[in-house]
Design a protein around this ligand. Structure first.
Ligand SMILES: Cc1cc2nc3c(=O)[nH]c(=O)nc-3n(C[C@H](O)[C@H](O)[C@H](O)COP(=O)(O)OP(=O)(O)OC[C@H]3O[C@@H](n4cnc5c(N)ncnc54)[C@H](O)[C@@H]3O)c2cc1C
Length: 385
């Protein structure tokens, strides 16, 4: 016997959980996660920073909207998700000019050194600063999505990998673990496995590519002041930021990988430690912990949020790359609007008009990736900075 839902979300990372909490109470929803714990993969491995000036214009717009949505919910939370932490970009003039866009303003060399005295003066010649950037308490955000989802009636099933999915009649039939599920809509929020899930569902894959990225917490002789911004090289060769008296560092690598439970490669963090000890006064003494996650990207670098062009009721929520947290609430809002308005569950009785109604043409001839770009471009958020 299969359980029936309007929407089944596959994947319990930030993408799946934020959509589940947004849809909660509006239609019947199940979220299925392969691992025993939610947010086991990339969503547990991020640098936890939301940066309005980071990414292509569509991503920047989604980030601003996400910050608004999270800030509004922070007023109701005992522990806030957002804490102001600026983002400082350093490098030579050409690389900083190329990267400093949108919400970032150029600052002088002396101003940058004031903000991060740990930088050796000759380690950079140009800088940009994004003061609208925030540290994100990711565990609190994820837990809050889970709590809101369950409070709104979402069934969350962990330890059940979706191993089969096929279109039957007007809906989908999925097998996960020992259980069966039927739904009008399947949401593919499977992160690095999104293309694999498409293939096992008989849906043409999009060519989503996971890329490795490693980070570590290190112990230092000279801790950064907690007010120090996150510091990133404009040539994408490293970043670091304060982390409760220690320092989070990353070599910011972008190395293709298959979908897997990624682990750090020997040498990656050690080489970065040597470099940072040469260009800062941090004095890194030891590596406390290191991890690797997979940032999965579409070819155009824009997250994919939209119904598949061919497979009715198959919704892509994937390709968030390095922006999965900073775009999460806005993409969930957009996706929920598309699902409730579009080829989603047959007009669920409890459905209400989404707070933001994206004006998305129901065209079925474009690819999901280009439809996402169109949908996002056509969306007019109610609040804009
Ligand atoms: C080092 C690093 C730093 C980062 N820093 C930032 C940052 O500062 N800010 C930011 O916004 N983003 C950052 N990111 C990116 C962000 O972490 C990701 O974009 C985001 O976590 C992706 O979330 P997701 O839910 O799509 O994927 P995931 O968290 O990987 O979730 C997908 C889930 O789907 C499940 N799944 C897959 N296949 C199946 C199946 N068949 N059945 C059931 N379940 C399945 C998986 O088990 C997994 O739990 C960073 C990433 C890395 C690696």
């Amino acid at each position: 016997m299969s359980a029936h839902y309007d929407v089944v979300i596959v994947g319990g990372g930030i993408a799946g959980l934020s959509l589940a909490s947004t849809l909660a109470g509006q239609c019947s929803v199940a979220l299925i996660e392969a691992e025993q714990t939610l947010a086991y993969h990339t969503s547990a491995r991020s640098a936890r920073q939301l940066i309005p000036s980071y990414g292509p214009p569509v991503v920047q717009e989604l980030t601003v909207r996400t910050l608004d949505l999270i800030a509004a919910q922070d007023t109701e939370r005992p522990e806030p998700v957002l804490t102001p932490r600026s983002f400082l970009l350093i490098g030579d003039e050409a690389s900083v000019r190329a990267e400093a866009s949108g919400h970032m303003r150029r600052i002088t060399h002396a101003e940058a050194l004031d903000l991060c005295p740990a930088l050796l003066p000759d380690s950079f010649s140009a800088a940009g600063l994004d003061t609208g950037s925030f540290a994100c308490n990711a565990p609190v955000l994820l837990e809050d999505h889970r709590r809101r989802a369950e409070a709104g009636g979402v069934d969350i099933i962990t330890g059940a990998r979706v191993h089969s999915a096929q279109r039957l009649g007007t809906g989908w039939e999925l097998g996960a673990g020992q259980e069966g599920f039927q739904s009008a809509v399947v949401v593919n929020a499977a992160g690095a496995w999104a293309d694999e899930l498409a293939v096992l569902s008989g849906v043409e894959k999009l060519g989503l590519q996971p890329y490795r990225r490693t980070a570590a917490i290190v112990d230092v002789e000279n801790p950064l002041p907690e007010a120090c911004p996150m510091v990133a090289a404009a040539d994408d060769s490293f970043y670091f930021r304060p982390d409760d008296g220690q320092v989070l560092i990353s070599p910011a690598e972008h190395v293709p990988s298959g979908p897997e439970d990624a682990r750090p490669y020997p040498g990656d963090i050690e080489r970065l430690v040597a470099r940072l000890n040469a260009i800062t006064t941090l004095g890194i003494r030891s590596v406390i912990t290191a991890w690797t996650g997979l940032r999965t990207e579409a070819a155009d670098g824009v997250p994919v949020a939209g119904f598949d062009a061919e497979a009715t009721g198959f919704f892509w929520l994937a390709g968030q790359g390095g922006y999965g947290f900073q775009t999460s609430s806005a993409i969930a809002e957009l996706a929920a609007g598309l699902i409730l308005a579009g080829q989603g569950p047959a007009a669920p009785a409890a459905a209400r008009t989404p707070a933001v109604s994206p004006s998305v043409p129901p065209a079925r001839d474009a690819s999901p990736a280009s439809r996402t770009a169109e949908a996002l471009a056509a969306t007019r958020w109610s609040i804009r900075r």
